[in-house]
Design a protein around this ligand. Structure first.
Ligand code: NCC
Length: 325
């Protein structure tokens, strides 16, 4: 893939990310709330890592136009550079935690509340951008972040009202979201820093990350569901929808890496926030979730904050020119 890509291509990947992300959240929520045997979400996370590794290897085969080329690239850049590969261990562990937390949160929250409150990651991402990359954030942008907080708080107020007559555990769900946002912010900025800080290709970085991702996810499988899996089997409760979740999670993850390569984590945050609107509408029609006036005002403020954040920064004042007459 060429390093210079057109605006149309960027819009295309951002659109796929948004549509896929909305579908993913709705499908996970649906499968976690329906009757019948419940699949082990840790196995889904692990199968997703395997699927992303296989797809990345296939893309490398396509790039090199031969299996041999792919093997030698992986050998030279993954196996022969253990300390460089090991850099990807950190985000892989954090993402494994985050991907598991998503299932937990969606077992305790409705899809729309999840999607809106998850936008808090714009804030955590900005925080890690400042801490890890030293990115300057303007006053308007911090104001935007405060508005974002207010919007999210209003959405939570709405959720608190629903709590009394639902089976959800909002406290657990919201704690899981805050942790997810910290994980997403940290791992996203870390991945971007490592990817853009060297010449190693995106797909080699992905192979490094997914290899560690499989190990991290496997540890999750054993520690959380090991005993149950021994009794019922790895694929207990699986059906077509669960394979669709794995497919969508793979597409979402791979496209995320492409978006980070060609744009950055903050732009990714804006684009995925657009899926709030779609999620609210779909959740209303699919699950009959109610959304009151606070929800709409909160979601509106979140969108306003995203807009303000994206405004261009004022140009720095030019130093006065002293003229010697
Ligand atoms: O939360 P988010 O992404 O930041 O999570 C990033 C997801 O991408 C995977 N990833 C990241 C880098 C990389 N090189 N390869 C990857 O596979 C990570 O494993 C992690 O799953 C978003 O910005 O909102 C986004 O949200 C997720 C998802 O909706 C949320 O995490 C909800 O739980 C989207 N994932 C899917 O749609 C499947 C992602 O596309 C965008």
């Amino acid at each position: 893939m060429a390093d210079d890509v057109t605006l149309a291509f960027k819009l295309y990947i951002l659109m796929v990310l948004t549509i896929n992300g909305t579908g993913y959240i709705l499908l996970v929520r649906y499968t976690r709330s329906r009757e019948g045997p419940m699949y082990y979400s840790t196995t889904t996370v692990m199968l997703t890592e395997i699927s992303k590794l296989l797809i990345s290897l296939m893309i490398l085969i396509k790039e090199h136009r031969s299996i041999r080329g792919m093997i030698s690239d992986v050998y030279m850049n993954v196996i022969c550079k253990p300390s460089d590969s090991f850099k990807m261990c950190i985000p892989s562990v954090i993402y494994a935690i985050q991907n598991n937390l998503a299932f937990f949160a969606l077992s305790n929250l409705d899809a729309a509340t999840y999607q809106v409150t998850y936008q808090l990651k714009v804030l955590t991402t900005a925080m890690f951008m400042v801490l890890m990359i030293g990115k300057p954030i303007s006053r308007t942008q911090w104001t935007a972040l405060l508005i974002l907080f207010t919007g999210i708080a209003l959405v939570q107020l709405d959720s608190a009202n629903v709590k009394q007559d639902s089976h959800y555990n909002y406290t657990y769900g919201l704690v899981a979201i805050i942790l997810s946002c910290l994980c997403s912010g940290f791992a996203g900025v870390y991945f971007e820093k490592v990817l853009k800080g060297s010449d190693t290709s995106l797909w080699i970085r992905n192979v490094q990350m997914y290899l560690f991702g499989i190990i991290s996810a496997f540890i999750g499988v054993v520690t959380k569901d090991g005993n149950n899996i021994m009794e019922h089997g790895f694929l207990y409760g699986y059906n077509f929808s669960i394979y669709c979740i794995i497919g969508m999670a793979s597409i979402g993850g791979l496209y995320t890496s492409v978006v980070v390569k060609y744009t950055d984590n903050i732009i990714k945050g804006f684009s995925t926030a657009v899926s709030i609107v779609a999620s609210v509408i779909c959740s209303y029609f699919m699950f009959g979730s109610s959304f009151g006036q606070y929800f709409l005002v909160g979601a509106g403020l979140v969108m306003l904050a995203i807009y303000l954040y994206s405004l261009p920064k004022p140009a720095p004042k030019a130093a006065p020119v002293t003229q010697n007459v």
